[in-house]
Design a protein. Structure first.
Length: 315
């Protein structure tokens, strides 16, 4: 199995922070996403590898094992168990520093000593020589089955797309997956599709697919969870005397009565006219409207005279 350098895939070095990893993953996932590269097998493979790299490096525990064991990081526990059993039985044992580029010390155990550096491509061969095939055999003989790698994907949708539940087909690792996207899903929310990750190791279960939603607001409404907010401009006379106006909601237009002497910045709530509540069928948040009063301009002389008379009456 050829060694894949996850850091190189994400165009990072080993000192990269978690924030650097997340940023690099999102940038490359967008670039190689199958929806943007239809029928491009190379882009699909690159997208799969980028997801695999992110799944490992974004998890501190998996990243630690990867940095230490290279391509054999998934077998780290089995190797460690085999090493301990070999030591306990007086067999050949490893003594020294870390793996995958760290030096092996000059200590001896069971008549064998190791020194020098080992790269990731010879790592499995080293364990075969050191422990024999028992390292893998003991893992499987004891029922040690390893779950396959989880895949991560990002799906970009418009806010109007998630106002109602709908089905969508995604291409992941060369396979089409048809899933239902529930109404009300939020920006940055992640859902799990069980069993659509990488294959298991030694008969273990498949990994899972984690989809993170990137919701783009393509509307004039501001969203805060299930509530929506908007600003509506009403004319000076309607604000002063009251009247009926027509306003836009996410689901269509409605008529609304404006109270006399409405002040700028007044807020009104339209109950149930907000966004759907996630996985709560038929339940919606509220729409909060803020009034902005439009002051008339380009007054005629007669209008100015009338306003002056009103001003005198008020004073």
């Amino acid at each position: 199995m050829a060694f894949i350098d996850y850091y190189k895939l994400l165009e990072l070095d080993k000192s990269a922070s978690q924030a650097d990893i997340k940023k690099a993953y999102r940038k490359l996932a967008r670039k190689y996403h199958p929806d943007l590269n239809p029928n491009d097998k190379e882009a699909q493979l690159r997208f799969q590898q980028i997801n695999e790299a992110n799944e490992v490096l974004s998890d501190p525990e998996k990243r630690k094992k990867y940095d230490q064991y290279g391509k054999d990081w998934q077998h780290a526990d089995a190797y460690e168990e085999a090493r301990k059993q070999q030591q306990a039985s007086g067999g050949r044992a490893y003594s020294g520093g870390g793996f995958g580029g760290s030096g092996f010390g000059g200590g001896q155990a069971g008549g064998y000593s190791y020194s020098g550096n080992f790269d990731d491509d010879t790592f499995s061969d080293f364990f075969e020589e050191m422990f024999g095939s028992s390292a893998r055999a003991q893992g499987s003989g004891r029922g040690r089955h390893y779950k396959g790698q989880d895949f991560n994907a990002e799906l970009q949708l418009n806010l109007s797309d998630v106002y109602t539940s709908h089905k969508q087909t995604l291409t992941v690792n060369g396979k089409n997956i048809r899933l239902t996207i529930p109404a009300g899903v939020e920006n940055g929310q992640t859902i799990k599709i069980k069993g659509h990750g990488g294959p298991g190791v030694q008969g273990g279960p498949k990994g899972d697919l984690f989809i993170t939603f990137n919701i783009v607001n393509n509307t004039k409404f501001k969203r805060e969870k299930e509530n929506l907010f908007t600003t509506i401009e009403i004319d000076f006379y309607t604000a002063l005397l009251g009247g009926e106006i027509t306003v836009d909601t996410f689901s269509g237009k409605v008529k609304l009565n404006v109270n006399p002497e409405t002040q700028p910045g007044t807020k009104v709530k339209l109950k149930g006219k907000g966004f759907p509540k996630y996985k709560k069928e038929g339940q919606f948040g509220d729409l909060i409207i803020t009034y902005n009063i439009k002051i008339p301009t380009n007054l005629s002389n007669r209008e100015k005279e009338l306003f002056k008379e009103l001003q005198k009456l008020r004073s």
